[in-house]
Design a protein around this ligand. Structure first.
Ligand SMILES: NC(=O)c1ccc[n+]([C@@H]2O[C@H](COP(=O)([O-])OP(=O)(O)OC[C@H]3O[C@@H](n4cnc5c(N)ncnc54)[C@H](OP(=O)(O)O)[C@@H]3O)[C@@H](O)[C@H]2O)c1
Length: 307
């Protein structure tokens, strides 16, 4: 099978298209023929040398896929050959490949309304949004949330999931994305380059921070007493949290098949849509990562592996 691997850390040129044996699924795993894989910031961060010790090279990148079950391990009852599935992969598996073997804990039935390219765009980004908003933020109906980075992969799901659960949503994005983010359901779309979100949002229950840096620092002032900053990137300062009578948490998203199945139901019910900004063939993974790392992207970038 073809896969895209790295043998060293560095820029997009270290991504190499290679021939690899098709993996054998273990007893608790399914073997998936990958139709599409999405590109996430964690991919270029791993490629640049973050997160992964050098002794784990070579490595296939890619943390989420959509495809068709080719075979199952002896203990697997949840899926069978020819099922269409989508999955978030653990860090020791790579989605930039024609096949991947993965435990059932990260897999769910592919949403029927989506083709594989759109389905592959969902797992990591939408699960990150789900876990940030609900598991860590504790969002309930009627609360308010400020989402930083609302037009990106995670953010565009976060806006829709928060709206679907009855929240009032404030969302920061570039000027070009204001209409897009409003179209996702945001009550207030804030141009982060030309407006100060602190002057628009206040008494907020949850800040969902996909940006960190000074954006996170400036966010304490918009929270209500007892509010929370949930960050995918940086542990919020305990000292600043105490000073503002608020809380802060940083987390890493984990594969979760129940959440993925629930997200799929929301998609099939028409309550969450998937924005794919660009599609590349597997062999052009370097161009896809270069675009995500350096350019303005709306929604997700996907590799069409079956193309
Ligand atoms: N901890 C975890 O488990 C986890 C999981 C997923 C993602 N993450 C991290 O979370 C971050 C977001 O991921 P993603 O997949 O959504 O990234 P993405 O698709 O690259 O989206 C980032 C978005 O942020 C916008 N942006 C940049 N600077 C901004 C600012 N100051 N204010 C508001 N918006 C701004 C960008 O818009 P413009 O291009 O218009 O500037 C873009 O739309 C990444 O750093 C990623 O590594 C962590």
């Amino acid at each position: 099978m073809h896969s895209i691997r790295i043998h060293e850390f560095g820029g997009p040129d270290v991504l190499k298209l290679e021939e690899q044996p098709v993996p054998e699924p273990k007893a608790d795993e399914v073997l998936i023929r990958v139709h599409a894989a999405s590109v996430n910031p964690v991919d270029y961060k791993m490629r640049n040398g973050g997160y992964v010790p050098p002794d784990q090279l070579p490595l296939t990148l890619g943390r989420d896929i959509s495809g068709v079950v080719e075979g199952v391990g002896s203990n697997v009852r949840e899926f069978q050959a020819s099922d269409a599935v989508y999955a978030m992969l653990p860090r020791d598996r790579g989605g930039y490949a024609e096949f991947v073997a993965v435990g059932v804990a990260g897999c769910a039935a592919k949403p029927r309304q989506l083709d594989h390219v759109h389905a592959a765009a969902v797992p990591l980004a939408a699960i990150t949004a789900w876990q940030g908003i609900f598991d860590h933020g504790g969002l309930v109906d009627g609360q308010s949330i400020l989402i930083h980075g609302a037009a990106g992969g995670v953010g565009h799901f976060a806006v829709q999931l928060a709206k679907a659960h009855g929240a009032t949503v404030y969302a920061t994005c570039s000027n070009d994305d204001i209409d897009f983010v409003r179209g996702l359901g945001a009550d207030e779309a804030i141009d982060y380059k030309n407006q100060r979100f602190e002057e628009i949002a206040n008494d907020i229950d949850i800040v969902f921070d996909l940006i960190a840096g000074e954006t996170q620092d400036r966010s304490w002032s918009v929270l209500r007493d007892g509010g929370i900053i949930v960050s995918t990137l940086k542990e919020p300062s305990k000292e600043k949290a105490a000073r503002h009578n608020a809380r802060g948490v940083h987390y890493m998203a984990e594969p979760n098949s129940d959440q993925l199945a629930e997200i799929g139901r929301l998609i099939d019910a028409g309550r969450v849509r998937v924005e794919v900004g660009s599609v590349f063939p597997l062999a052009d993974a370097a161009a896809a990562e270069r675009m995500l790392e350096n350019e303005h992207v709306r929604g997700k970038i996907v590799l069409d592996v079956a193309a």
